[in-house]
Design a protein around this ligand. Structure first.
Ligand code: B12
Ligand code: SF4
Length: 483
């Protein structure tokens, strides 16, 4: 370990394991830049020599000699992150690790780092920098203060914008007010507030700093604080933005917030339906979905011309062999534009993991497999093989040409039908074309093209919003949110 003057700083997002597999969909990992690291970089002295590398879009240069190395650890990049950390420690750098996986399993991460960080970094990272300068860095930093007030502007200049399809990703809150047992949220925010927002004016200022029209809010639940969200959407009205985000079933039905969002430019929404079964919802602690009409959710969003990216989980206790066909049929019949299916995954640190561990149901602790595509536990009503086969079938079935046509025809307006068809096929049926565009480094050229081919929003969104133009956001499957 080296404690001395810091001149060169390197921030690294190591590649997620699945991103290096032959089944890798490069486009999925070229969507969003490493926002967490760019947020941390804002606390560094701008006069330092700073580099930010995202292994999903570039080859890492590991032959350099940084003084301080900052690595973000997700569960499926953990082994890679540890190897990189060990490498730089051998080279004499001071290495710090943080992020979701470090917070879940600090004992596992600690031997690979000089300092580790649990929870959000907005308070602890600047504290660490002060300690490091004073020659007294701590081994462990745990975030006690939770606020997004007075943040320095994110160092977006360190991000290679052309490498990403959605460089304008943004978060205006942290966490979520709910407590689903499978979600990372309670573990990550343990010991402090689990849901808090920016000041509205700061969020609006951040938005206005972003070039172009399209934004993607990566917040877990953009409608989680209705007053904040309402003020945000009113502030955004007239900015000429089109955006995507995520929200819960109940928040779409609760009041008119969704209309304000549509008027501000919301064009596609990630919705955590998770399961059609009430008893499975109860088991997963997803009370906010209980007793809500999913059909009504779909109808409201349809009326506003907002496309739906529906999230569904397979393998919850209570799921049987019929769950796959039941879910896929429902999604198609209801005109869900894109669907994200997940195999239930007990992330370490969650209530779900604790319960399964206590019942000896965890079958694998190979974190590389914790990508919601593998069965890592013993399901109750299905064999592991049936669960995996059913999950694969669900994706195939949902994105068949016939299914896409059927789902598109569920919308009343022909414009919406066409829009649905174009989005769904564009995203899932042209992977080779996407790969080529990424390989020849022309992804940024696709952004305006992509926006231009998007069909107009329907009459309601047009009539209430400033977005009379035919340019819209895409329903890209984040493929990640709300497992
Ligand atoms: C964007 C995103 C992705 C992108 C990631 C690309 C990228 N450039 O980051 C893509 C599409 C590739 C992706 C894929 C997946 N994702 Co994802 N994703 C997200 C999302 C929506 C936003 C991440 C983000 O930018 N947050 C905003 C920034 C500001 O926060 P942050 O990154 O956490 O950084 C802060 C702290 O963590 C901390 N910090 C982080 N690193 C470090 C390092 C140091 C040294 C310090 C001091 C602090 C620190 O400080 C930062 C500022 O506070 C989150 C949900 C969310 N709201 O966070 C899910 C989320 C991370 N994904 C999740 C999942 C499940 C997945 C998938 C498995 C889904 C799937 N089936 O495909 C895959 C694979 C991920 C994996 N295997 O681990 C889960 C994570 C579960 C877990 N325990 O790992 C999340 C939390 C969603 C959820 N609610 O469940 N995802
Ligand atoms: S799964 Fe979604 S709704 Fe549930 S706690 Fe996590 S972020 Fe919130």
């Amino acid at each position: 370990m080296r404690i001395g003057p810091v001149k060169r700083v390197k921030l690294i997002l190591p590649a997620l394991t699945e991103a290096t597999s032959p089944f890798w969909r490069p486009i999925k990992y070229s969507l969003f830049p490493p926002l967490g690291l760019a947020t941390l970089a804002a606390y560094l002295d701008p006069d330092l020599e700073i580099s930010l590398q995202d292994e999903h879009v570039e080859k890492l240069n590991l032959d350099d000699q940084p003084d301080l190395v900052i690595i973000q650890v997700y569960i499926t990049n953990a082994y890679r992150a540890y190897r990189i950390a060990d490498h730089y420690r051998r080279r004499g750098a001071y290495v710090v690790l943080g992020g979701l996986h470090v917070t879940s399993l600090p004992e596992e991460a600690a031997p690979h780092a000089d300092s580790i960080f649990l929870g959000p970094g907005e308070h602890t990272f600047p504290q660490f920098l002060q300690d490091l300068a004073a020659g007294t860095p701590q081994k462990l930093y745990q975030s006690p203060v939770r606020t997004l007030q007075g943040l320095p502007p994110i160092r977006r200049d360190l991000i290679r914008r052309p490498s990403y399809l959605v460089p304008n990703s943004i978060v205006v809150s942290r966490g979520c007010p709910h407590h689903c047992t499978f979600c990372y949220k309670d573990a990550f925010f343990a010991g402090g507030r689990g849901f808090y927002t920016q000041v509205v004016d700061d969020a609006l200022a951040e938005i206005s700093r972003l070039p172009g029209r399209h934004l993607y809010f990566l917040d877990d639940h953009l409608f989680g604080n209705p007053r904040f969200a309402d003020a945000l959407f009113h502030g955004m009205k007239g900015m000429g933005r089109v955006f995507q985000g995520a929200a819960t079933v109940d928040s779409i039905l609760r009041d008119d917030l969704i209309k304000a969002a549509a008027a501000a430019g919301l064009r596609s929404l990630f919705v955590g339906f998770e399961t059609l079964s009430d008893s499975s919802l109860k088991g997963a602690g997803k009370r906010q979905n209980l007793g809500r009409s999913y059909r009504e959710v779909v109808r409201r969003l349809d009326d506003l011309g907002i496309m739906i990216n529906g999230s569904f989980v397979f393998g919850l206790d209570g799921d049987d062999g019929d769950v796959f066909a039941r879910t896929v049929d429902w999604a198609i019949d209801n005109g869900i534009t894109t669907a994200t299916f997940h195999i239930l995954t007990p992330y370490p640190g969650t209530a779900l993991f604790a319960e399964m561990n206590a019942n000896n149901r965890i079958e694998s602790r190979n974190w590389d497999l914790y990508d919601t595509r593998h069965v890592v536990y013993r399901p109750s009503g299905l064999s592991p093989d049936d669960l995996k086969t059913g999950y694969d079938w669900a994706y195939e079935e949902f994105y068949r040409w016939n299914s896409i046509l059927r789902a598109a025809s569920a919308h009343e307006s022909s414009k919406h039908q066409l829009k649905h068809f174009c989005y769904s096929t564009g995203w899932k049926k042209f992977e080779r074309a996407w790969d080529l565009v990424i390989r020849i480094k022309q992804l940024s050229q696709m952004r305006p093209l992509l926006e231009a081919v998007l069909a107009p929003v329907n009459r309601v969104a047009n009539s209430i919003g400033p977005e009379a133009s035919p340019v819209h956001a895409r329903p890209l499957t984040v493929g990640s949110h709300m497992v």
